[in-house]
Design a protein around this ligand. Structure first.
Ligand code: PLP
Length: 376
């Protein structure tokens, strides 16, 4: 059985997204052109913007299309984090946020305070708010962690910031959350939000940044007047239309999809915990429906991922984009785990297309591979 259980890295495209994308690929217009073909492309873009705005509960004019989550994160951090002063973030953000902040520090004048989550992988909102002082221009905290799947108290952080009288720009990297759990920018109380299409069944290479009206948004790129002059470059109409279709479908079936995925995830987690020396990383309650991140005493995560792959099961050691850099996961060390413990982790991420038979098969393979590795 060939099993794909790495949906947090990238999920297969939804049929609805593929259909729209193929239609758009037959069309040649540039959305900035004033002729009929151009107007058709522009209409595609504006329809996608309107649909996505409705799903996120914001105005269409507050959505800016990007090339994906990394660009949206970099843009948010650069736009709100320039100049002297401090940024408050968490120690287990995606590198698209952390590395962008490091670049701002190198450019001079900027400092970053990283708040550590509890051992359960969840941040304390009061701690985040308390770290913000008068010099804090930006607070950036992810909505759900990409390795351990823990959901962060974003609305509570927004409230705590408000209560403390501070009003920094509040950004959330919601790349792992959008399309999987309810994301409403008004309820969350955020000013900026990043999302990425390929995490919810859209194409890779498309994403968006939500920016609340009135929040300053300096461009990251310079060129033409696209995206109201803030994000130049001819828009990838096909990918953007497909992203909106995928998000519409994901949100439409979210409740049933989450219930199914959570049930499978819990079934698999129960089997995993029967394996000697098994541990699940991060809270099992505040967690994305499809995520399991676990380790087994005496077993290296990378070895396990390779042996599972040979058995036809595709999972990862953590973030796909930092796999293979030789360093232990900064997410797990932020939780207080030792390097050795962090090297043991694997991430299994299921989706609504996953089946009970697949979950059981993953458990069977884990049982036998881990036993072989532990018994040397
Ligand atoms: N932020 C988080 C939490 C992610 O999981 C990812 C992708 O893994 C990104 C940002 C980057 O998104 P993209 O792959 O669209 O650049």
């Amino acid at each position: 059985m060939n099993i794909y259980a790495d949906h947090a890295a990238s999920s297969p495209m939804r049929e609805s997204a593929k259909a729209v994308m193929l239609e758009c690929l037959e069309e040649c217009g540039n959305p900035s052109s004033i002729h009929a073909a151009g107007r058709l492309a522009a209409a595609r873009l504006e329809r996608a913007r309107k649909e996505m705005a409705e799903l996120l509960n914001c105005r269409p004019s507050e959505i800016y299309f990007t090339s994906g989550g990394t660009e949206a994160d970099n843009w948010a951090v650069r736009a709100a984090g320039q100049g002297p002063g401090q940024t408050v973030t968490s120690a287990f953000e995606h590198h698209a946020v952390l590395r962008a902040l490091e670049a701002l520090e190198r450019a001079g004048g900027r400092t970053t305070v990283q708040i550590r989550p509890g051992a359960d992988g969840v941040l304390d909102p009061e701690k985040v708010a308390a770290a913000a002082d008068g010099s804090t221009a930006l607070v950036s905290v992810m909505a759900a962690n990409n390795e351990i799947g823990t959901i962060q108290p974003i609305a509570e952080i927004a409230k705590a910031l408000k209560k403390s009288g501070r009003s920094p720009v509040f950004h959330t990297d919601a790349v792992q959350a959008v399309g999987h759990i309810p994301v409403d920018v008004q309820k969350l109380g955020v000013d900026l939000l990043s999302l990425s299409a390929h995490k919810f069944g859209g194409p890779r290479g498309a994403g968006a940044l939500y920016c609340r009206t009135g929040v300053p948004l300096e461009p990251l790129l310079f060129g033409g007047g696209q995206e109201r002059g803030r994000r130049p470059g001819t828009e990838n109409t096909a990918a953007i239309a497909a992203m909106a279709a995928a998000l519409g479908e994901a949100c439409g079936i979210m409740e049933q999809a989450a219930a199914h995925t959570r049930r499978l995830r819990d079934r698999l987690a129960a089997r995993i915990l029967e394996i000697p020396g098994a541990q699940i990383n991060g809270s099992m309650t505040n967690r994305l429906p499809g995520n399991i991140n676990c380790r087994f005493d005496g077993v290296e995560g990378e070895t396990l991922v390779i042996l599972l792959d040979l058995a036809g099961v595709q999972v990862s050691t953590g973030a796909a984009c930092s796999s293979g850099n030789g360093e232990p996961s900064h997410v797990l060390t932020a939780l207080g785990q030792s390097r050795r413990e962090a090297y043991g982790a694997i991430r299994i991420s299921l989706a609504e297309t996953s089946t009970e038979a697949e979950a059981d098969c993953i458990a069977d393979h884990l049982e036998s591979i881990v036993a072989d590795l532990q018994n040397g």
